[in-house]
Design a protein around this ligand. Structure first.
Ligand code: KIV
Length: 283
């Protein structure tokens, strides 16, 4: 179902920023042309080419090994399918942490080669210089705090963050620092709902929650999680709106059975030769 009108204006970082307090924002991941087309036509505001692709598309255990070349490859496919949604590319592990110069070089590649129109990077005060430099150079940036999967090794696993008063205060300060650096929105991942609400009230840019309660300015989910296409690891915060895995599995099983029994292909799936030409072969 397409909810976007042909002439609807493209979503930009400015549209997103201006939506705070006026309407809820939607973000969903996509990693290829077909899924991006689907997501875009449903009117989702932002498509995130997340480094979660390392897990749901490439079958790895975490996001750490995702490379710039992989991100660019998937980003190009997504941007061919997204006509109106704002396409945001995740900056992979170690593509921005070393410093401003590295971040600039890699964000420029995601823009120029991947055709992304914004980038997302994980971290708090430590990435403020990178965000400020990117924004100054004309690259819109989404921040990401709370559970930051690229730091899973130092966080001790995929764990809820901000559960002590000190940790919660630190998150609020980090969100303010990201806003001051120029981030146009901030993803809050796996933090208590009350803290996400406080953060949302403390900053002037939209917060986009994932496992952060209903009071964020918007929500984000992973495409495969929402559709029930990835069941190796389903976090508590995921709502499966469909079980496409089950539907696909039944369809593939039916196909196998019909090929094996000879029921597929039917006459209607094939091509006929004109009778007179066929007669020539016989004669
Ligand atoms: O990589 C990703 O998909 C993400 C979202 C979970 C926010 O960062």
């Amino acid at each position: 179902m397409s909810t976007h009108s042909q002439n609807a204006p493209s979503v930009t970082s400015l549209t997103i920023r201006a939506a705070k307090g006026k309407r809820k924002l939607t973000m969903l991941t996509a990693y290829d042309y077909s899924s991006a087309t689907l997501v875009d036509e449903c009117g989702i505001d932002m498509i995130l080419v997340g480094d979660s692709l390392g897990m749901v598309m490439l079958g790895r255990d975490d996001t750490i090994s995702v490379t710039m070349d992989e991100m660019i490859h998937h980003c190009r496919a997504v941007t061919r399918g997204a006509k109106q949604a704002l396409v945001i590319a995740d900056m992979p592990f170690m593509s921005y942490e070393p410093g401003v110069e590295t971040a600039m070089k890699n964000a420029a590649r995601l823009f120029q080669e991947g055709n992304a129109r914004a980038v997302k990077l994980e971290g708090g005060h430590d990435v403020v210089p990178q965000i400020a430099a990117l924004v100054k150079a004309g690259i819109p940036v989404v921040g990401h705090i709370g559970l930051t999967p690229q730091r899973v090794a130092t966080l001790g696993g995929f764990k809820v963050q901000g559960k002590t008063a000190d940790a919660a205060l630190k998150l609020i300060e980090e969100a303010k620092a990201l806003e001051a650096a120029g981030a146009f929105c901030i993803v809050l991942e796996a933090i208590p709902a009350t803290i996400a609400k406080r953060i949302t009230e403390s900053v002037g840019v939209p917060t986009i929650g994932i496992g952060a309660g209903k009071d964020c300015d918007g929500q984000v989910l992973v495409f495969h999680d929402l559709l029930g296409l990835f069941d190796r690891f389903v976090p508590k915060f995921v709502k499966q709106y469909a079980n496409l895995g089950e539907i696909a599995s039944k369809a593939i099983g039916d196909y196998k059975a019909e090929v094996e029994s000879g029921a597929f292909p039917g006459q209607e799936h094939g091509f006929a030769m004109p009778r007179n030409e066929e007669d020539k072969l016989e004669g």
